[in-house]
Design a binder for this molecule. Structure first.
Ligand SMILES: NC(=O)c1ccc[n+]([C@@H]2O[C@H](COP(=O)([O-])OP(=O)(O)OC[C@H]3O[C@@H](n4cnc5c(N)ncnc54)[C@H](OP(=O)(O)O)[C@@H]3O)[C@@H](O)[C@H]2O)c1
Length: 338
């Protein structure tokens, strides 16, 4: 079978199409024919060698994808041939606390990802894809969508009428906007672009703040909420942004620490956390239980992921470059059927 490997550290242009042996299922494993995969910022960082952890190469990239089950091991009971499944990001985190996750079992590094014609999945590391979604849409769910869901509904307890502040208009943040809006929350989104704020409002955001034009956007959130602040923050910006997120927070708010798009340098005064009695919670994607709960919500609310671009899977390098420099609005997906 064909697969695309990252062969040398330090470059998207070191992705190579290779021939690999056809995988065989172990007794609790299954083989999927990959239908579509999707990229996350993490994948770009791994490919260019800037991710916080260096993985052994060669590596098949991409944690996110969907496929059809074509073979099952003798003891597989959760799925059957013909099922359409999404892989989970954490191979061993079915439910409960993060201690169950086991860091060496992340798909797309250090475990091989899905950028291939076929892939082997443990039956515990997959969920049924929501029926109303196309393959291209379902492929986007395992990392960004589960992260947003796990933050708002598993590690946090979002209630109707509360305010969610979602930073930027990247993959995680747009899913957070959609989930928070259907949960009856007031949603405030920030962006570097007025045009993207308009598009985020079309997805359910109530208010938008341009963080380039309004560097003190934390105060702008307070002004929009009558001084109360946001109850939940999707914090993808990093330490400098965190200072503003703290300013924007209501008393007792939860700041979900997810990413560092604005860099990882900066200083935070813990007394500011104390003064507002804020909880800061690191969000490491989420468990399979979160993924399944999210899928139920997607189905009931007929939610669809936002797709920016779809490319044939052999043009993976172009997709990596688009995520790196193209400022996509929504997910970048690879179609494995073309
Ligand atoms: N902890 C986890 O489990 C987890 C899971 C997924 C992702 N992540 C991390 O979370 C972050 C977001 O991931 P993603 O996949 O959503 O990324 P993405 O799709 O690449 O997000 C890009 C967008 O982020 C916004 N942005 C850039 N710099 C920003 C800043 N300084 N402050 C606020 N927003 C900024 C921009 O929005 P505008 O163009 O609107 O300005 C940009 O379009 C990344 O750091 C990623 O590594 C972590």
């Amino acid at each position: 079978m064909k697969a695309i490997e990252l062969q040398e550290p330090g470059g998207i242009d070191n992705l190579r199409l290779v021939e690999r042996p056809m995988p065989e299922p172990g007794r609790q494993e299954m083989i999927i024919r990959v239908k579509a995969t999707a990229l996350n910022y993490r994948d770009v960082e791994i490919a260019r060698g800037s991710y916080h952890t260096a993985f052994a190469l060669p590596l098949v990239p991409l944690s996110d994808g969907v496929g059809e089950v074509v073979a099952v091991g003798a003891e597989v009971s959760r799925f059957k041939v013909g099922d359409r499944v999404c892989a989970t990001f954490w191979q061993r985190w079915v439910g409960g606390g993060f201690a169950m996750a086991e860091s060496s079992y992340q798909r797309g590094g250090p475990i091989d990802g899905l950028l291939s014609e076929f892939a082997r999945l443990d039956e515990q590391a997959a969920v049924l894809a929501p029926e109303h979604l196309s393959d291209v849409e379902a492929a986007t769910l395992p990392c960004a969508a589960v992260t947003a869901w796990h933050a708002l509904f598993t590690e946090d307890r979002l209630k109707p009428g509360e305010t969610v502040l979602s930073l930027g208009t990247g993959g995680v943040s747009l899913f957070a906007v959609q989930f928070a809006a259907v949960a009856g929350a007031r949603v405030i989104v920030t962006s570097s672009s007025d045009d993207r704020l308009v598009r985020a409002k079309a997805l359910g955001a109530h208010d938008g703040i341009n963080y380039r034009k309004e560097p003190d956007w934390g105060s702008a959130v307070l002004a929009l909420t009558g001084g109360r602040g946001a109850d939940h923050v999707i914090e993808v910006g990093g330490p400098q942004s965190f200072v503003q997120s703290l300013r924007a927070s209501a008393r007792g708010a939860q700041i979900n620490v997810i990413g560092y798009l604005g860099g990882n340098e900066g200083a935070i005064n813990p007394l500011d956390i104390f003064r507002r009695q804020v909880r800061a919670r690191g969000i490491p994607v989420g468990s399979r239980e979160s993924f399944e709960a999210m899928n139920r919500a997607l189905v009931v609310n007929r939610l669809r992921p936002v797709i920016d671009k779809v490319l044939p899977w052999r043009e993976a390098a172009g997709a990596f470059h688009h995520v790196e420099h193209g400022s996509p609005f929504g997910k970048v997906v690879l179609d494995h059927t073309r």
